[in-house]
Design a protein around this ligand. Structure first.
Ligand code: UD1
Length: 422
């Protein structure tokens, strides 16, 4: 298993290209199941999760043609509307095939996702919504078995804001008979990106980006060409890295419009952020100021940026209080950061971080995707060497992270199959 070796203490300078968004690419690729025509997606990030999903679609009969940065997916026929446990276990977002499969094929068999490092993450709301649309669903031997001759429009009030739940139901509703109303829908920009693509395919979706989405069902969708939105979490991660280490970096191919809450907090910490069309620039020279924050659904502060901002607070002047309201176990990185000298107290969903002047390099273990990103930032600011084990998590969601960081002047090296990292 690969590890990442980081020698800390260098400031970051230069320009970094931002990739297409993982969390937009995954539902967009599943949308290919809704039509027999080709769906071409550009700005496709080269990530393990994206390849895993394309493999999963391939097993269902979807033909994928990949060129640099684009994929054309064609589901002329869906031979196997089936997602097995092995696939869903490696990537929970595989559940996004469920809605499109029922809508297109009238039946689906998808493994129920199991446990997760950051919280329980049930999919009950996906199931409840599909049942409201007329699907008959049973869970047998760990698999969701769903049937429906044709889904019908329904008014669905979601108990909680769920991103993939909203996306699954929105995709299913495009081919339903009648109109579906999704209330308390997720407002995340990735939901809007999916709605744009579905509309380009002939769907009638309105209200995406608000908490009520209306979908008028149509009898068939056609192919389309769609450019995947920039990754707001990768953008935020580089902004946080510069705010913590110091330096001056331009981010190209990004969109500041989806990052207001993160930008506000980084400015509060003392970073200078400039915004242009398709680019941002971040500069920081002093030790940051501690910032309090609370994660919540979009447009509030994203849970996917909590770990990275916690690292910044670790070396900030002052004490920060961080509340995580989305996932019940998303502080695993705090335990690793403590091993690097951070002073963090955890109590339920709250972390109190007392800033220290310096972190020390150590051998640490990545526990999930965004926790890994927080440890990379910690390694960049720490004194000495940090070896991060289990970086396969990082490869799921950050394209060429070590190359991008090295190009900014960081000392980061991938160590292939490091001993003892299993
Ligand atoms: C998506 C993102 C993930 C991000 C998360 C929250 C993708 C591929 N992943 O994950 O990066 O961290 O949104 O912004 O887009 N819940 C239920 N029942 C359900 C569904 C969700 O109780 O049926 C709960 C979850 O346990 C969690 C909360 O709702 O506490 C939000 O989860 P959700 O928005 O569904 O996260 P994901 O869509 O899995």
């Amino acid at each position: 298993m690969d590890s990442l070796l980081i020698v800390g203490g260098r400031s970051l300078q230069g320009t970094v290209p931002i990739s297409g968004a993982k969390n937009a690419a995954l539902p967009l690729a599943c949308a290919a199941l809704l039509t027999a025509d080709p769906l071409r997606l550009s700005n496709l990030p080269a990530l393990r999760d994206v390849s895993t999903l394309i493999d999963l679609l391939g097993r269902m009969g979807v033909v994928a043609q990949r060129e640099a940065g684009t994929v054309t997916l064609q589901a002329a026929q869906v031979s196997e509307p089936f997602a097995d446990y092995e696939m869903v276990k490696t990537m929970r977002a595989s559940i996004l095939v469920l809605g499109p499969l029922i809508a297109r094929c009238g039946h689906a068999r998808v493994s129920l996702p199991g446990g997760c490092a950051i919280g329980q993450r049930p999919v009950d709301l996906h199931i409840k919504g599909l049942v409201a649309m007329g699907a008959r669903i049973e869970v047998n031997h760990g698999y969701i078995e769903a049937h429906a001759e044709r889904l019908r429009g329904a008014r669905i009030v979601m108990d909680m804001v769920t991103v993939t739940g909203t996306e699954n139901l929105m995709m299913a509703a495009t081919l339903a008979e009648g109109t579906t109303l999704l209330e308390n829908a997720a407002r995340e920009p990735e939901v809007v990106d999916l709605a744009l693509c579905l509309n380009a395919m002939g769907a009638r979706v309105s209200g995406a980006g608000t908490d009520v989405i209306t979908i008028e069902g149509v009898s068939a969708l056609h192919g389309a060409d769609h450019r995947i939105m920039p990754d707001r979490i990768e953008t935020g991660t580089f902004l946080a890295a510069v705010a913590a280490t110091g330096g001056d970096v331009r981010l190209d191919g990004t969109d500041a419009g989806s990052l207001d809450a993160v930008i506000d907090k980084l400015r509060e910490s003392g970073a200078h952020i400039e915004i242009g069309t398709g680019w941002m620039r971040v500069a920081a020279s002093n030790r940051p100021l501690a910032v309090n924050f609370r994660t919540a659904p979009y447009p509030a502060f994203p849970t996917d940026m909590q770990a990275q901002l916690m690292t910044l607070d670790c070396i900030a002047r002052g004490t920060a209080v961080i509340a995580e309201t989305i996932f019940e176990n998303r502080f695993m990185h705090a335990l690793e950061l403590r091993r690097m000298g951070a002073e963090i107290e955890l109590s339920g969903n709250t972390a109190v971080v007392r800033g220290v002047p310096q972190l020390q390099g150590a051998r640490v273990m990545a526990t999930d995707l965004r926790a890994s990103a927080s440890l990379v930032i910690a390694g960049l600011i720490a004194e000495g060497e940090t070896l991060i084990d289990r970086i396969y998590h990082l490869d799921r969601g950050y394209e060429s992270i070590e190359t991008k960081l090295c190009n900014l002047g960081a000392d980061v090296r991938r160590v292939r199959g490091a001993a003892g990292s299993a």
